[in-house]
Design a protein around this ligand. Structure first.
Ligand SMILES: C[S@@+](CC[C@H](N)C(=O)[O-])C[C@H]1O[C@@H](n2cnc3c(N)ncnc32)[C@H](O)[C@@H]1O
Length: 334
């Protein structure tokens, strides 16, 4: 239904070549058993994207432009197709004359995270919970060789295809998979990102362990998640919903999260950013109508969620998987 073969071919001359066969088989099975009523509706929007010439791509700003002005018919076609893929939670994207002002200013998060990353040039990257691939484009702009986003949301998969319709980059995909479904112990990605996923996992340490399994020895993990203020022994388990979300399990303090990372075998753990989410960074827009952060906060106490819990605070941690020498030394010490 979606042709991932060109991406699977790209894996061939990388350290990920052993992933080609299991991935191809997994995707074939997934599409053979697929019974999702929404996907055909989303894919239909791609068929009506206008074909345009003289396309210019700026991945730093995730923007497309054309040397030739779009006709009003082309503009209408484009706008209808992109509106058929609402809600746009992650962005901003620019599709020619259309600015997709998404719910989240992902460019702000990238600005906080990017200065702390090892150089992404030529790296192979796994982006767990990639959403529509916004950050993947920023990683490609920074020189990444290959970006495999994984996200179980078909809307995200198709939004990514819409942008890639004009970019035509076979080395950047959003695969319709969860981390738990990913081939275990790939042990080969240079960098693994997990941003905005950990708090959705009932077993956060298993999540960290699975992230570790995807990395090559010496590879870098970038972990971003909701946290609370507190000491290294503190974590919040919301009794019911958190900011109206019913799938939030563990919000550790940044220090507790650093300990969890060490516990599952990461080294060189650094807390590089801790920031409260503002109602300017997450808000409803024309491209994501309905409720957003202001509706999830207590109107009288904006430092609390509507449920009376601490308002959303997010931390980014960077850690490394030990290389084989370091593992050996650790083992001898234990
Ligand atoms: C809060 S969004 C974060 C998106 C993006 N990484 C960011 O930081 O803005 C969480 C995303 O993770 C995806 N997701 C949820 N559980 C997942 C899992 N087990 N494996 C991979 N992705 C998952 C969701 O579909 C959603 O797109």
């Amino acid at each position: 239904m979606i042709d991932y073969r060109p991406f699977i071919d790209c894996l061939g001359d990388t350290a990920l070549s052993h992933w080609q066969a299991p991935l191809a088989e997994q995707l074939a099975q997934l599409f053979a058993q697929l019974n999702d009523g929404n996907l055909p509706r989303f894919l239909k929007q791609l068929d009506v994207l206008p074909n345009l010439s003289d396309v210019k791509i700026d991945l730093d700003t995730v923007a497309l432009s054309s040397g030739k002005p779009l006709s009003s018919e082309q503009k209408n076609q484009l706008e209808n197709a992109l509106r058929g893929l609402i809600p746009w939670r992650k962005g901003p994207f620019r599709f020619f004359d259309i600015n997709i002002d998404a719910e989240w200013r992902c460019d702000w998060k990238w600005t906080r995270v990017a200065p702390h990353l090892s150089d992404l040039k030529n790296r192979t990257i796994l982006d767990v919970g990639s959403g529509n691939g916004y950050y993947g484009w920023r990683m490609k702009a920074a020189g990444a060789r290959l970006v495999a986003g994984i996200d179980p949301s078909w809307l995200s998969v198709v939004q990514h295809l819409a942008f890639n319709h004009y970019v035509g980059d076979t080395s950047h995909v959003v695969l319709p998979l969860t981390l738990e479904q990913l081939t275990p112990e790939i042990n080969a990605f240079d960098t693994v990102f997990s941003m905005g996923v950990l708090y959705h996992r009932r077993s956060p340490l298993d999540h960290l362990n699975e992230l570790r399994g995807a990395l090559r020895p010496g590879g870098e993990l970038v972990l971003e998640t909701l946290v609370i203020e507190g000491g290294e022994r503190e974590a919040l388990v919301p009794p019911g919903r958190y900011a109206r979300m019913n799938n939030v399990w563990f919000l550790p303090s940044p220090q507790a999260l650093a300990l969890w990372l060490e516990k599952v075998g990461f080294i060189d753990v650094r807390i590089v950013d801790v920031t409260y989410t503002s109602t300017e960074e997450q808000r409803n827009t024309d491209w994501k109508p309905g409720q957003s952060l202001t509706d999830y906060l207590d109107p009288d106490h904006p430092n609390k969620t509507i449920e009376g819990l601490p308002a959303p605070l997010r931390a980014t941690l960077i850690a490394r998987k030990p290389d084989d020498q370091q593992r050996l030394r650790r083992y001898q010490l234990d």
